[in-house]
Structures are given as C-alpha cells and as structure tokens.
Design a protein around this ligand. Structure first.
Ligand SMILES: N[C@@H](CCC(=O)N[C@@H](CS)C(=O)NCC(=O)O)C(=O)O
Length: 306
C-alpha cells in the first residue's frame, strides 16, 4: 500500500485535511476507475480536478502531494495514498459495503490488480498512439526536466524509482517521435494475451471473478473501454468479453464516469479516419488486417466493414 510518509509530502496543508479528497482528471483511466468505485459504494467525496491537459499535475503544489505527479491521489483524514489500486484496496477496508473485493478473494484480487497495473504504460502507449493526436501526446524535454525537479522525489521515505520510469516513458516518445509501431505491437500483444484468458473465464460466469461484479470488472471495464477507443477489435477477437463489456457499458453508474471532455471523441474519430487512410490504425499496425483468423472472423460477422 503506497501510503505516503509525512516527509514525502511537501504540500503540508493536506496533512490537516479531514474527510475524503480525491485528486483526479476527467479523462484519466485510473481516475475513472476510482470514481466508479466511489459511486458504487455511495461514498461522499470532495473533488479536486487536476487538468492533465493544462499541466496542473506538474506544479510544485500538486507534486508536493503526489511526488509521482500522477492522478489519482487520495487524501483521507490527513493520510495521503497514491496508486489507484492501493487507493481502492484502502477504500474497501474503510467502506466495506457493498462488497467489491470479496473477503475470500483478497489475495487473488491483489495479484490480478498488480498485473493490471503492470500494463499501465501499455495502455498509455496505445492511448498516445491511437486515441490522442500526436501533437497532444508528446512532452518536450523542458517539461520532463521540470517534472524531474519537482516534489520530494521520495515515496515512503525512499528515493522513488517510478519517477525515473515516468521520465523515461516520455523521453522514449521524443526519441521515436511518438509511440513506435514496435511499442504499439508489444502493448497490443500483452492485452490480447490477458483478454484471451478473461474470455475463457467468462464461459460459465457473468463477471471476471464469478457471478458478482467486483473491482476486477471495474478495472478491466476501464482498460477495455480505452482499448475500444483505440480501435481494438474486442468483439471480433474476444466475443465473450465483448458481451461482458456491452453489459457493463449499458450501466449509467459505470459509463457515466468515463466520458471524455466534449470534442475529444470527435478528434479521435478524425484521427482514426486519417490513420485508416494512411494504413497506420491499430488493426493495420499490429498486422491483424493480414491475419487469416481475423479476416475469416470479420467476414463471418454481420456489418463487417474491413
Ligand atoms: N500506477 C498509477 C498510474 C497513474 C497514472 O499514470 N496516471 C496518469 C493518468 S491515467 C497520469 O497522471 N498521467 C500524467 C502524465 O503522465 O503526465 C496508478 O494506478 O495510479
């Protein structure tokens, strides 16, 4: 659990805050996951919107709260917790009803959430390549240096290695002039492998851990939604996951938290149209348009257009 030490936190005022405060951004996948969880639990919370688009996360004030400069971050009665999955496991303990982590599945959930978090840079790579136009996706070296200089750089009293990993992600984007085909393929393969396993799980149950909605469904709903926004052919590759997703997406208490700011959807649609014309959309970059299994599945589906 990444609960910060007081010495990690430079913005000392938050140590005196009472109640539940969430720092989040509307379009951030990890923030969406936490907001859905809070909504399903019926928990009251104070919102602190941190616009990633305006760079509000790379300021002395915010990096004084989360030294990683990422959203979400939670302040609960003066305790600062970062990392979305840690926030959720903490909240489940503090607000047990309704149950979203069944008591007998805690360890399994912890392991599966860790696997989900390990894919975070992959979902970011696919987002930056296939959802966000490239001019919005890159950070200049000056911004990376500013990021490196802010905050305590310390998490739980020790130098935080994640900060260097974050900086490296953005430097790689500069070196490759965006997300390279190779990086996109790697991310795609990782997701395809996990989603194939989940598709198998859904053979005899409604949700990923059984017949009850759990945090695992919420976490993967968010990733899968983002993958669909990146044109990942979910329903063709993993039909049961497609049905699972449609059922969750029809629920307002989930889909109500994942809307992009107005206009972004339109920009992504334009981006996809341009990428399709240039042969640089996800399906073509990962080589699915040439894969025989994909072609035959597409051919068998009503309304198949590719
Ligand atoms: N492992 C972290 C990842 C947090 C993360 O990467 N947040 C993204 C938004 S989803 C962010 O703040 N990005 C800002 C940036 O990279 O500049 C978590 O689960 O909380």
């Amino acid at each position: 659990m990444v609960m910060l030490h007081d010495s990690d936190v430079l913005t000392k005022e938050v140590l005196d805050w009472r109640g539940l405060h969430l720092f989040h951004f509307q379009g951030s996948s990890c923030s969406q996951k936490v907001r859905i969880f809070l909504r399903l639990k019926g928990i009251d919370w104070t919102s602190h919107h941190i616009s990633l688009a305006k760079g509000e996360h790379v300021t002395p004030w915010y990096m004084g709260i989360n030294p990683r400069g990422l959203v979400p971050a939670l302040v609960h009665d003066g305790k600062v917790i970062v990392e979305s999955n840690d926030i959720l496991e903490y909240l489940e303990e503090a607000f047990p009803e309704p149950v979203l982590i069944p008591a007998d599945r805690k360890e399994e959930m912890h392991r599966l959430l860790r696997e989900e978090d390990n894919l975070h840079l992959d979902i970011r790579a696919l987002t930056m390549r296939f959802v966000v136009p490239s001019f919005l996706a890159k950070k200049p070296e000056s911004e990376i240096r500013k990021y490196e200089g802010l905050g305590s750089g310390s998490v739980q009293g020790a130098v935080d290695p994640d900060k260097a990993r974050e900086a490296e992600f953005w430097r790689e984007m500069i070196r490759n002039n965006g997300v390279s085909d190779e990086r996109a393929r790697l991310a795609f393969d990782r997701f395809r492998c996990v989603l194939e396993q989940f598709d198998g799980r859904l053979e005899g149950q409604y949700f990923l851990l059984g017949n009850q909605l759990t945090l695992l469904d919420i976490a993967w709903y968010i990733y899968v939604r983002r993958l669909c926004e990146a044109s990942y052919p979910l329903h063709h590759l993993h039909p049961r996951m497609g049905e699972w997703f449609d059922a969750l997406d029809a629920r307002k208490d989930l889909s109500g938290e994942v809307r992009w700011p107005r206009g972004v959807g339109l920009i992504t649609k334009l981006l996809h149209a341009v990428q399709r014309l240039r042969g640089t959309d996800l399906v073509q970059v990962v080589g699915l348009d040439r894969a025989s299994d994909y072609r035959s599945r597409m051919g068998n589906l009503p309304g198949a257009t590719q």
